[in-house]
Design a protein around this ligand. Sequence first.
Ligand SMILES: Cc1cc2nc3c(=O)[nH]c(=O)nc-3n(C[C@H](O)[C@H](O)[C@H](O)COP(=O)(O)O)c2cc1C
Length: 181
Amino acid sequence: MSTYDQLMTLMTKRRSIRYFSDEVLDQGMLTKILEAGRIAPSVENTQPWHFYVVRDPTMKTKLMDASCYGNFVAGAGAFIVIVCDKTAEVVSPDTLWNPREMEYSCAVAGHSMMLAATALEIGSCWVSLHHGPAHDVLKLKDHQIVVGGLMLGHMRKGDEDASREHQRKPLESMVTYDKDR
Ligand SMILES: Cc1cc2nc3c(=O)[nH]c(=O)nc-3n(C[C@H](O)[C@H](O)[C@H](O)COP(=O)(O)O)c2cc1C
């Protein structure tokens, strides 16, 4: 299989998993997933992310209450809150024309971690967080922006194979070539 086909197989396999088995997510797996976030691309190579790994049940429940739609967060083996450090060092400030690009970079890291989780047969799902309440739960500083949360955990028996068709719009509806006006 070509590298492209392998990658597409992995990306097609990834789907949001919201419920997990009780099996503990060991540190080795977690480190491998975090490593995928570490090597993600970022604007000006700022690497503006910090990954807060939450495994404590009380903290997970508090973050569940800070989620937009995530009343299942407490069931995750680990919940990674991806936080953007807006003071991250920029090599050439002139080229950072859009300050939000640091947050976009954090989202890219999140996707990398989800793909790594899939490759390790670990379920994942991005969960939107209300910035203020999540910020309070983690006692973050003013320059830290909550980008989102990532649930991780072992899949329940049967869920591994419950592959469903990804509901996606057709390619032609989302691509425009050579637009001139
Ligand atoms: C930025 C972002 C925010 C999301 N927020 C939530 C969320 O708060 N709760 C949730 O259950 N899923 C959330 N999701 C997962 C999406 O619902 C899911 O990716 C989408 O429905 C497509 O399904 P799939 O991931 O299984 O392919 C989010 C995904 C992204 C990328």
